[in-house]
Design a binder for this molecule. Structure first.
Ligand SMILES: Cc1ncc(COP(=O)(O)O)c(C=O)c1O
Length: 210
């Protein structure tokens, strides 16, 4: 196609295309470093301690990708062979993480129809839970993405989901790659958004700065 000089292209992409600001680059280059294997990287330690507090979790672990963080959560929560985890049918973990849950963790990801607001029907979830321990997989985990496809999952629904999962003895993980967008957009502190969840991942590679 020949470029049309009258057409002005406006690039509205953001998210992973954002770049660190000058201040962020300076902080990176002057950061104190150490051996993280011996838990002696002071910057990583501060990062983990600070972020654990921000999301109200016991502890945090810095890993190099969101995919890796999600997989670690799945492997921790689905700690018996033949586990099953439930997620929306447009969830990143289902569609874009090479089915690491199946490949590496041996976990069956069972999709639930995502509503337009990013929720899924708790009746559908309930109907998919397994009861026959001899023949079926073992229901273990529910995964929620927030934000999902640019939408902030309604807090009222999360508040219904938490007791539901407790009732059925299911662990709850939030793929909060864009948790901070959800927090800023809704005005709800991240800690409150994930209240009652067993784990959360978030990314430092998205919506960075400019
Ligand atoms: C919702 C969601 N979860 C997880 C990831 C994975 O993050 P990463 O690319 O760091 O593995 C992404 C990446 O875009 C994402 O959008």
């Amino acid at each position: 196609m020949t470029p049309n000089k009258h057409v002005k292209i406006v690039d509205l992409r953001s998210d992973t295309l954002t770049k660190p600001t000058q201040k962020m680059r300076e902080a990176l280059s002057s950061a104190e470093v150490g051996d993280d294997v011996f838990c002696e990287d002071p910057t990583v330690k501060v990062l983990q301690e600070t972020t654990a507090k921000m999301v109200g979790m016991e502890d945090a672990l810095f890993v190099c990708s969101g995919t890796m963080g999600n997989l670690i959560a799945v492997m921790n929560h689905c700690n018996v062979r033949g586990s099953e985890a439930y997620c929306g049918d447009s969830a990143h973990i289902l569609l874009h993480e090479q089915s690491g849950a199946a490949q590496i963790a041996g976990v069956n990801l069972r999709p639930l129809r995502n509503n337009i607001d990013g929720t899924f029907d708790l009746c559908e979830l309930q109907s998919k839970l397994r009861h026959d321990r001899d023949h079926e997989p073992i229901s273990k985990l529910v995964l929620v993405e927030n934000t999902i496809n640019g939408k902030i999952v309604p807090q009222s629904w999360l508040k219904e989901l938490v007791p539901f999962c407790k009732k059925y003895n299911l662990k709850l993980h939030m793929d909060g790659a864009r948790l901070w967008n959800a927090s800023v957009g809704s005005g709800i502190p991240a800690k409150e958004i994930v209240s009652g969840f067993d784990s959360v991942t978030f990314c430092l590679s998205k919506g960075l700065g400019m």
